[in-house]
Design a protein around this ligand. Sequence first.
Ligand SMILES: Cc1cc2nc3c(=O)[nH]c(=O)nc-3n(C[C@H](O)[C@H](O)[C@H](O)COP(=O)(O)OP(=O)(O)OC[C@H]3O[C@@H](n4cnc5c(N)ncnc54)[C@H](O)[C@@H]3O)c2cc1C
Length: 417
Amino acid sequence: MREATTTTLSERLGAGGAAVREGTAADSVHGRVPRLVAAPPDTAAAAALLAAAHHHRLASVARGNGTAIGWGAPPLRCDLVVDTTALTGIEHAAGDLVVRAGAGTPLAELREHLARAGQRLTLDPLVPGGTVGGAVATGLSGPRRMAHGPLRDLVIGMTVVRADGVAASSGGRVVKNVAGYDLGKLHTGALGTLGLITSVTFRLHPVPPALRLVSAEAPDAAVLQEWTARVLRSAAVPAAVELRWPAGGPPRLEVLLEGSEGGIDARAAEVAALLTAPETADTPPPGWGALPGADRDTLLKITAPVANAAQAARDVRAAARAEHTEAAVGGSAGAGVLYAAVPAAADPAAVAGVVARARDALAGAGGSVTVARTAPGLAGADLDRWGPVGGLGLMRAVKDRFDPHRLLSPGRGPGGI
Ligand SMILES: Cc1cc2nc3c(=O)[nH]c(=O)nc-3n(C[C@H](O)[C@H](O)[C@H](O)COP(=O)(O)OP(=O)(O)OC[C@H]3O[C@@H](n4cnc5c(N)ncnc54)[C@H](O)[C@@H]3O)c2cc1C
């Protein structure tokens, strides 16, 4: 970092219009307190801010509302937190089923806005406080990913500011296009390691008029797996097929159906006939589709072929028991993407053991285990968060191209990117 007093730095960072203040303990990211916090009001101010930060070689971490700031590995350096909450605004082209929203726009506000036009961004569950940029940067994709694809498939355009302060856009209304890169796919799930997202354009869907949730408790993983296969083979066309397996109870399968009023009961009956002792509801229970466990638990992301998803859940639970702890598992059995919560109180060696055992168990069946979020006490623990990462060479090349001085959330991503 080129030396400058905090006052001089604040002035230089704020010259483009960002509000700048000193960092406090409340701004810390995995225990690293930033020297400064800056909130740009628009893309131009964000570009000027990052250009100044680049000049002084300050390492920046983007922050929306901070609800998922503990996801990913601790940043290696954190000199500047870029607070996105002033980057708001919604431009809704209802006739085109498209919306462009500022990165700091709360998802809840976006949802309310779209609902007034009978439309939605098919992205769930909604987390209180989560912002558009934060959701995209963490790659949030809830239960309906099964029918509508993961979040990155709903992103049709994006404006980002690179580490050197150059703004670029793809899709939608283009400021400056970047040939050769699909910005939406690169930045979704990148945890802010490749650029600061300032706005996102999404594809929307009409809100379906009718909904049914058909669920049943399964005696074991084999039955759960068989039910999943039957539901997916059926003509009921579910929007989501979820697995819920609390630490202390039996597994449940939850099948979400959406569509027009005519026909939805017949589709629900068709699913119910495939399960044992099914229950049908016309609204999902509160918190439906949320991550398993408590907010501070260590969270593992598990992927597995759909044909093995329930068995993968069983294997991860067995790995936890072998380490004298437990794991609650939940997620999309129909898309093969699950999350497992290991209690925050579990000691670091046990968590490392769960991860290693689960990876061994799943490797043969084409599954993977990564550590999405660590419990607060484990931030500095010696944990192999990513395991073997396919395409790491390519990811490193992209990081070198976009952020050669490693100034954006350094160390947060796979392989220390
Ligand atoms: C299936 C699923 C369920 C979830 N459920 C929960 C839940 O129950 N509770 C919960 O707390 N979270 C949950 N999350 C995560 C959370 O919902 C979202 O990621 C949240 O909306 C993040 O918003 P935020 O503004 O708080 O982001 P922040 O926490 O501020 O940031 C999150 C990450 O994104 C980066 N980032 C933020 N804004 C930008 C930007 N503009 N440009 C580049 N990078 C940026 C940050 O550096 C950080 O790495 C879930 C995620 C998934 C996948």
